[in-house]
Design a protein around this ligand. Structure first.
Ligand SMILES: NC(=O)c1ccc[n+]([C@@H]2O[C@H](COP(=O)([O-])OP(=O)(O)OC[C@H]3O[C@@H](n4cnc5c(N)ncnc54)[C@H](OP(=O)(O)O)[C@@H]3O)[C@@H](O)[C@H]2O)c1
Length: 326
């Protein structure tokens, strides 16, 4: 049996704003006393054996954690059972089996449906299902009312990045700090844990912010390839150029953060808004020449245009953020 020991003895802590403290003991402390993870690999239950839940459960199993599994479609659990997992017939049975419950289902509604009949008092519920910040806060309150400690997680990985992969990913966690500290050793087995604050919505916020940035990047990549393809240029030699350029440009996020936190949007600006808006005309002209629809670019360009019209020619593009918030 391999032991993909956590890279760090202690989970990473990313300081974030703490809007809500969710670290009180659960109602009435109905559950039995929880023991922090020490010594032997701790038992846990994994609910949801889709692509991600299966990868997580498999990694805990391989690391020697007694792992109870449940999935709505039972057949998906069979390979893990063959590898040593214990099958629970129902989600409630899985919850009853161990103090630590990891949930990785499709969406928040499926979490509510799966756990409707489960007795959560005294349990530690770690929800790795993607959701919004408000859904995470509501789910935390829901779990707390039922006597469970709650940690929300946003997985920054695809299944091949789970475990000892060279491209190992991580999870943003928020919610109960006590749960995070007590279970950190176990949580660090499949993916590196990064705690972002006591407000249970913060993990989802960080997750969705990164996914949103990725979505915009994919939009740009799609447009770039459309131009290349429309011109009959092969895609393969172009790809490394695109990757190199995006990597270099991505570092501008640090300057944007400086601008936002200082309130001065002009210091260090090398490509001012007036110049960039003028350049947009060339981007649109080229798309038109090649017969490429610029629909993925134009909303962003319109926001830049509005900021310029408000008299911010000397800024870079940081002011677009204010446009989105106004
Ligand atoms: N895959 C990724 O790359 C990735 C990356 C980061 C985060 N995530 C997040 O991880 C979560 C799981 O993703 P996945 O890739 O494992 O998805 P998936 O392969 O589509 O699996 C979905 C899981 O949810 C279960 N499910 C759906 N509706 C249900 C319901 N009403 N009641 C009970 N169970 C229900 C499915 O059960 P059945 O087998 O019975 O259908 C299955 O176990 C999602 O929130 C996803 O956003 C995934």
């Amino acid at each position: 049996m391999t032991d993909p020991a956590p890279r760090n003895d202690r989970p990473r802590d990313v300081d974030g704003p703490h809007h809500v403290v969710d670290d009180r003991p659960p109602n009435g402390s109905r559950g039995r006393a929880r023991q922090p993870d020490r010594g032997e690999p701790a038992p846990l239950a994994v609910l949801g054996l889709g692509a991600m839940g299966t990868a997580l459960a498999r990694t805990w199993l391989a690391a020697g954690h007694p792992t109870t599994v449940w999935n709505r479609t039972r057949a998906r659990a069979e390979p893990l059972v063959a590898e040593g997992a214990t099958l629970a017939d129902t989600a409630a049975e899985a919850v009853a089996a161990t103090p630590l419950i990891v949930v990785c289902l499709l969406d928040d509604a499926s979490v509510g449906a799966a756990l409707a009949d489960a007795e959560l008092a005294g349990r530690d519920l770690v929800n790795l299902t993607t959701g919004s910040p408000a859904q995470a806060r509501a789910r935390a309150a829901w779990a707390h009312e039922r006597g469970a400690r709650y940690l929300d997680g946003g997985i920054m990985a695809v299944p091949p990045m789970v475990g000892s992969s060279p491209t190992r990913g991580y999870v943003f966690y928020s919610g109960s700090r006590a749960l995070f500290d007590d279970r950190g050793r176990t949580l660090a087995v499949p993916l590196d844990p990064r705690y972002v604050g006591a407000d249970p919505g913060l993990a989802a916020l960080h997750d969705v912010a990164l996914l949103s940035a990725m979505t915009g990047m994919f939009a740009g990549i799609s447009h770039a390839f459309a131009l290349i393809r429309a011109a009959g240029v092969p895609a393969r030699p172009f790809a490394p150029l695109l990757v190199e350029w995006l990597r270099a440009m991505a570092t501008s996020a640090s300057a944007t953060a400086e601008h936002l936190d200082s309130g001065d949007y002009t210091t260090g600006v090398m490509s001012n808004l007036a110049m960039q808006v003028a350049g947009n005309a060339t981007l649109l002209r080229t798309a038109a020449e090649l017969g490429v629809d610029a629909e993925l670019l134009t909303p962003y360009m319109a926001a830049m245009q509005r900021r310029l019209a408000d008299g911010h020619a000397d800024e870079g593009v940081t002011g677009v953020i204010d446009q989105l918030l106004s």
